[in-house]
Ligand binder design. Structure first.
Ligand SMILES: Nc1nc2c(ncn2[C@@H]2O[C@H](COP(=O)(O)OP(=O)(O)OP(=O)(O)O)[C@@H](O)[C@H]2O)c(=O)[nH]1
Ligand SMILES: [Mg+2]
Length: 164
C-alpha cells in the first residue's frame, strides 16, 4: 500500500478513517500525538490548527507517498488556504467525511478541498465503511491483496468429518 498522511482539523474524522482503513472496530480516541503507522500517518487536528505545529505536518509529508486533506461535511469554514497543496511535493488528495450527517454540506466541503488544490476527492462515512474501499483501491500497490479479495480467495474450512 502507498503510505498516506491524514491532515485536518480536530474532529474532522482522521482517526475514525484510520480505523476504517485498517478494518478496526470504530471507537473514539482523541489523537494526542502523531501516530506513524505502517501505511497511515494519523495526525492530531491541533497540528493543522496551529501555525508552528503546521510546519511539523509539512515534515511528515516526506514520510508519506500521498497526503490526504480531510474536511468533514459539517465544517463551518475551511482550514486549508487556497492552493496550499503546492507546499507538498507529494500527491495531495481530498477526503470529505461525515457525508451522511443530517447537516452535511458535501459539495461545499468538496469545493473547499478543490480550492486548496486537490484534484481527486473521496467521499466517506467511515462509520459504515462507505467510500473506504475506494480509498484502499487508490492506495493499493502491485501485489497488495485487499481485505474483500482475501475473503473471496480463502477456501472454506474443511469440517472434521471431511478431514477424517
Ligand atoms: N458518522 C460519522 N461520524 C464520523 C465520521 N468520521 C468521524 N466521525 C465522528 O466524529 C468524531 C471525531 O472523529 P475523530 O476521527 O476522532 O476525529 P479526528 O480528526 O481524529 O480528531 P483529532 O484526533 O482531535 O484530530 C467521532 O465521534 C467520530 O465517531 C464519519 O465519516 N461518519
Ligand atoms: Mg484523531
Amino acid at each position: 500500500m502507498k503510505k498516506i498522511a491524514l491532515m485536518g482539523r480536530s474532529e474532522a474524522g482522521k482517526t475514525t478513517l484510520t480505523q476504517a482503513l485498517k478494518g478496526e472496530k470504530i471507537h473514539y480516541h482523541k489523537t494526542q500525538y502523531v501516530n506513524n503507522f505502517d501505511v497511515i500517518i494519523d495526525t492530531p487536528g491541533e497540528y493543522a490548527q496551529t501555525k508552528n505545529l503546521g510546519h511539523a505536518l509539512a515534515l511528515y509529508t516526506y514520510e508519506a507517498d500521498i497526503v490526504g486533506l480531510i474536511c468533514s461535511a459539517i465544517e463551518p469554514y475551511c482550514l486549508f488556504p487556497p492552493c496550499c497543496t503546492c507546499m507538498a511535493n507529494r500527491e495531495v488528495i481530498g477526503i470529505v467525511t461525515k457525508i451522511n450527517h443530517p447537516e452535511a454540506n458535501v459539495e461545499r466541503a468538496a469545493s473547499w478541498l478543490r480550492l486548496a488544490g486537490c484534484k481527486k476527492i473521496f467521499y466517506v462515512d467511515s462509520k459504515i465503511q462507505q467510500g473506504v474501499p475506494e480509498i484502499l483501491e487508490y492506495l493499493r500497490e502491485e501485489g497488495d491483496v485487499l481485505p474483500w479479495e482475501k475473503q473471496k480467495d480463502e477456501k472454506p474450512q474443511k469440517t472434521t468429518d471431511e478431514i477424517q
